[in-house]
Design a protein around this ligand. Structure first.
Ligand code: ADP
Ligand code: MG
Length: 243
């Protein structure tokens, strides 16, 4: 295998301006197939901007994005095969858990029988068998996010991206769900790009961490690299902080 084939996602000089504000400096980054990569950094450092350009929600100002070696810089979000999980869950309030998870399959024209199988399996994977008929407001925050994760994995996207998915949950539940998400990653083997501002969460979960500040990458490496070999004072301080 060549290097390019092993890279699921490759960013080449990707930048983003909002008006005259440069939210993301020209960024080069390679995400390997099957890895769990975390974008870590303080609020406003450009994590969501970077994710939104990979998903296609935002167009980049400069640069090129490759998915499995294919240029997807201008491809519409639906064509990219990337699943997203959001901090605020983004569930449809009038739909049951089953209907929320079924939605991405329905819009893809999947048959009713297959939808039933896949949704049942996805809800079971996130520990929600038996909750099919509940509406979001009849579920706890953690359960709503499990529905959000089931809705993401149900159509087997080639990459799963999560933007601060545990940000609205309390500390104990956050730690439990970190383990659940890691287990899910191990089981399904899909490439994950995960966003958090919590350095402990990043150190616990990641194969590699991409530390960001002021719209740029400060350091990219394993949790051990960042913890034991920070490249500068910002990295040392940010990784050393505890909540
Ligand atoms: P993070 O996710 O790391 O908190 P963001 O990627 O959301 O940071 O934002 C990076 C910077 O870009 C911030 O300064 C933010 O205010 C700015 N920004 C983000 N989205 C927009 C937008 N739609 N219009 C203008 N500025 C934006
Ligand atoms: Mg953000």
């Amino acid at each position: 295998m060549t290097d390019t084939e092993q890279n699921m996602i490759e960013l080449q000089g990707v930048s983003k301006e909002f008006g005259t504000f440069l939210a993301l400096h020209a960024t080069t980054l390679q995400v390997k197939k099957g890895e769990f990569l975390t974008l870590l950094g303080p609020s406003g450092s450009g994590k969501s901007t970077l994710l939104n350009m990979i998903s296609g929600a935002f167009a980049s100002t400069t640069g090129k994005i490759l998915l499995n070696g294919v240029d997807i810089t201008n491809a519409p979000p639906r064509k990219r095969g990337i699943g997203m999980v959001f901090q605020n869950y983004a569930l449809m309030p009038h739909m049951t858990a089953f209907e929320n998870v079924a939605y991405p399959l329905k819009v893809r024209g999947v048959s009713k029988a297959e939808i039933k199988d896949k949704v049942t399996d996805a809800l079971k994977r996130v520990g929600l068998a038996g909750f099919e008929h509940r509406k979001p407001k009849q579920l706890s925050g953690g359960q709503q996010q499990r529905v959000g994760i089931a809705r993401c994995i149900v159509y087997s996207p080639s990459i799963i991206m999560m933007d601060e998915p545990l940000g609205a949950l309390d500390k104990n539940l956050r730690e439990q769900m970190q383990d659940e998400i890691k287990t899910l990653h191990r089981e399904i083997g899909t490439t994950f790009i995960y966003v958090t501002h919590d350095q402990e969460e990043a150190l616990n979960m990641s194969d590699r961490i991409c530390l960001m500040n002021h719209g740029g990458i400060v350091q990219l490496g394993t949790p051990d690299d960042l913890y034991f070999r920070p490249v500068n004072k910002f990295a040392a301080q940010f990784i050393g902080e505890s909540n």
